[in-house]
Every structure is written in C-alpha cells, then in structure tokens.
Design a protein around this ligand. Structure first.
Ligand code: SAH
Ligand code: SF4
Ligand code: F3S
Length: 453
C-alpha cells in the first residue's frame, strides 16, 4: 500500500506530516511522490486562508477518478480543519481525523468502508464567535485529553534539519485567526520528552533543530520551566548543531529571551517576530496586545544584544477598515526595521473569528496593490542587509550538493549557493557539513560565495 501526504500551511503542519508518515510507515505503508500511484492520500489541512479550503474541494474531482481506477483508494483529511468546513469534508473524504488521533489512522482506514465512521462524536459543537464561552473551554478539554501524539516517531523529510514541536495550540485569539479554533488551547510538551528527542536527533547526525510553536515564548510545561530555560537546556546538549525557533509573539518576547539567545552559542542569529501591522489602531483591532513602539523596542534590543541577527516577520494587508494611511504606517515600519524576510498575507475573512463580524471592506485589487508595494520594500531592505555580507568569511551548513553547486544556509537562515570546485579534490563536501566560505555576491533572496582553503 502506498501513501501520499499533501501538506498545507505552516511548519507546524509540516512537522505533523512527518509524524503522520511515521505512523503510516510503521503500519507498512510506502511513500510515493506521485498522487496518482497512491492508495491513500492524506491532506494535512491549513484553514488560515479561505483559498486553501477552496482548493481542496477543487482537487476532489481528481480523487474521484483515482477511486474508479483503484477500489482500495482512500482519502483522509486531518490537521487544521474548521468545524464549519467539517461537514463539507465529511461528504468528500473517507475520513476526517483529528491530528491528535493520528495514531489510530491505519486502524481507522482498515475499518473504513467508510460510512458511519465519525471521528469526533465526543466533541460538542463550538460557538466560534465566543472564544471564551463554556463550550469553547469544554472543546479544549476534550482535545487536550486526547493522547499526546508528539511521542510518535516522525519520519523526517531531511537528514540535516529537524522540526521539533515544543507546544501546540494558541491562547491569543488574534481577531483574524482560526488557529485557536483548529488547534485548541496552548499545550506545552514536557521538557524531558523534547530533550530526549533532540539528543536522539543529534546522535543520528542532525545539525539544525527548529523548535516549533504558535507562540514559543509562552512555552510553560511546568512551574519551573520557561522558554529561555528550555533553550539553555538544549544548548547544553553536546554536539555541533544549530538551534532556531518559530514563532515569537512580540507581546511575549523578553529581555531574558534575547540575552539567552545571545549567550547560547548554538542559538542562531535569526528571529521571526510576527508584526502583522505597523499601525497601532489596526494592531488593536487585530487583538495583538502590543504597540508599534513596543515592537520597535524589541527590535532595538535584538540589535543591541545579537549583532547581525536576521529579523523576519509576517504582515497582513487589507485588514477590515485599514486605510491607505494605515498601510503606509506598516511600510514606514518595514523601512525602519529593515526586515530580512516578510511573509505578506492578504487578509482573508474566516468564519468564526472576531474580525469576521467586520466588513471585509478593502478590495482585492487594493490588497494586491499593497502586497506589491510591501514586496518592493522588502526587496530593498533584504538586499541592503545581504550586501553587508559581501567579502565576509562565514560558516554555512551544507544542505544539498549537485554536479554544479553546493547549497547551504547561514546561521542567519539565508540561502547560499557556491560553485563546486572540482579541481579542489581534497574538499569533500557532504550534506550536513559546516564549511567556511567567503561571500562574493548577493541578491535580495540569497547569497553566493566561494570556498576558502
Ligand atoms: N502564531 C503566529 C502566526 C500563525 S498563522 C503569529 O502569531 O504570528 C501564520 C500567519 O498567517 C499569520 O502570521 C498571519 O500573518 C497569517 N494569517 C492568519 N490569519 C489570516 C487571515 N485571516 N488572513 C490573512 N492572513 C492570515
Ligand atoms: Fe493566530 Fe494570533 Fe495565535 Fe498567532 S498568536 S496563532 S496569529 S491567534
Ligand atoms: Fe494553518 Fe494550522 Fe498552521 S491553520 S498556519 S496549518 S497552525
């Protein structure tokens, strides 16, 4: 039996897909890159934007054809599925499965002919527009009571970089965001479980550990541990490896965190700090709980304690009521901070969220226009930052080698490409090696360099 997983959304989902693959391979399934060859297609869903949801329904025509050719063919959807989309998906898919129940997937698929398979009868209906009501709390309890799926052995995509989830869920209820509804409330993984997983990864040769959570700064598995402490404990694990983490919420970034990153030699100079908007009124409407002044103070602190730190962010353009002037405030802030990367999202109204009650009054054309403008500023600041690397000698982690080039990453998470010097026979470069190089050229999206002897 062959499986194919299609992953939408953030790194958290990509990490979960590695655990889904782990479960399926344990059950004897083999991976296939070709959808059409699969007996089982697993969609790991993201509901942050409406477009992904629409795409799923669109793909379904193709799956119906596969089913005709292959009577064993089954489709499963899991991941971040909104309750309001669930009914629709139940009609389309053989199985709609909560990610926390993923261990039962092979068993469920076997049983699934597939009528009557209902996976979450225990979960009561959620009132989306009232995040703090009793039913929402009950929903969380039900979800959190489910077995902890993090103990599942993941089938990592890479032999060098491993995602390690440290928590799941979110308590922040930003007004536009579905994550608290799809993933439930924050739940931190036990420290020892995380440390053991990382120790094993380092022993088997992993060189880059990316810690994942919707808001890693609120990691709190017990009363004695917080995120800076976790970083120090991981930093103390023997071995030659880099540590990164995603995502930091500006309201929870502390001086202690920044100083910890600065002090821990394995923590890299890279911080993803999601801004969302550079306008205080919009930030308030987004329920982000910080001001632009606070954001700029954190950036100042990062620049002071972690020189050469790359700072990346997410922004949303076209939030309800956002005016041209307010958008320009985001642009001004982008110019001040000089981000290395900005993931620009056009606002997408999502049923059940607070901002869904507001009129989506910025036109699609305007959102597209603002996206282009923001992209242009990003290109300028990223290029300016990258040009500072020219002539510098730095260490990179090699990720891929082909007949012509070596590809790698800097500590600051920048892509690097090097020409492979065949005459340099003594330099045997493998994936997963750290090598010193000299940067010779750049553009906004990456660096180029030369090996040094
Ligand atoms: N926890 C992270 C974000 C997770 S969602 C944080 O707080 O930053 C990833 C990104 O999707 C968000 O940063 C946001 O920019 C975008 N996003 C979320 N909801 C959206 C919506 N309704 N429309 C457009 N973009 C959205
Ligand atoms: Fe969504 Fe806000 Fe939570 Fe991030 S912090 S996942 S944007 S609710
Ligand atoms: Fe999407 Fe879920 Fe991530 S909704 S952004 S995949 S946490």
């Amino acid at each position: 039996m062959k499986y194919h997983i299609k992953t939408y959304g953030c790194q958290m989902n990509h990490s979960d897909s590695e655990r889904i693959a782990g479960v399926l391979e344990m059950a004897g399934y083999e991976k296939t890159a070709e959808e059409s060859e699969a007996d089982l297609i697993v969609i790991n869903m993201c509901s942050v934007r409406k477009s992904a949801v629409d795409r799923i329904a669109g793909n379904f025509k193709k799956y119906k054809k596969y089913k005709i050719n292959n009577p064993n063919f089954k489709t499963v959807i899991t991941g971040c599925v909104l309750k309001s989309d669930r009914k629709r998906f139940e009609k389309l898919f053989d199985l709609v499965l909560d990610i926390k129940e993923i261990e039962s997937l092979p068993e469920r698929i076997k049983k699934c002919h597939c009528e009557g398979v209902k996976t979450t009868e225990a979960i009561p209906k959620l009132q989306f527009n009232e995040p703090n009501n009793e039913i929402a709390t009950l929903y969380t309890v039900v979800r959190n009571d489910n077995s902890n799926y993090f103990h599942i052995q993941p089938q990592h995509q890479s032999k060098i970089t491993a995602y390690v989830p440290i928590m799941t869920g979110c308590n922040n209820f930003c007004s536009y965001c579905v994550v608290p509804y799809t993933r439930g409330r924050e739940k931190s993984r036990a420290v020892d479980e995380i440390l053991n997983e990382i120790r094993k990864l380092i022993k088997s040769g992993y060189k880059e550990i990316i810690l994942l959570g919707q808001n890693v700064n609120s990691y709190k598995p017990d009363k004695n541990t917080d995120f800076p402490k976790l970083l120090r404990l991981i930093n103390n694990i023997p071995g030659n490896f880099w540590i990164r983490f995603l995502t930091s919420h500006p309201k929870d970034v502390t001086k202690e965190l920044i100083k910890t990153v600065a002090k821990c030699d394995k923590c890299t100079e890279y911080i993803h700090l999601a801004l969302q908007s550079g306008d205080d009124d919009i930030l308030q409407k987004m329920n982000r709980k910080y001001t632009t002044e606070h954001f700029l103070n954190i950036v100042k602190m990062i620049r002071r304690y972690i020189p050469n730190c790359a700072i990346t962010t997410d922004i949303i353009v076209g939030f309800p009521t956002e005016t041209e002037k307010q958008f320009q405030n985001t642009i001004e802030l982008m110019k001040k901070v000089k981000f290395d990367m900005v993931y620009i999202n056009k606002y997408s109204p999502r049923a059940g969220t607070e901002s869904y009650k507001m009129k989506d009054d910025v036109s699609w054309t305007e959102k597209k226009k603002w996206e282009v403008i923001a992209n242009k500023i990003l290109r300028e600041t990223a290029l300016e930052n990258n040009q500072k690397y020219i002539g510098e000698t730095i260490k990179i982690l090699v990720e891929k080698v082909d007949d012509k080039f070596i590809y790698g990453k800097t500590r600051s998470f920048k892509n690097v490409k090097l020409e492979l010097e065949i005459k340099n026979q003594e330099l045997i470069i493998n994936n997963g090696k750290f090598v010193k190089i000299k940067i010779t050229q750049t553009d906004a999206w990456g660096l180029e360099g030369k090996m040094i002897k």
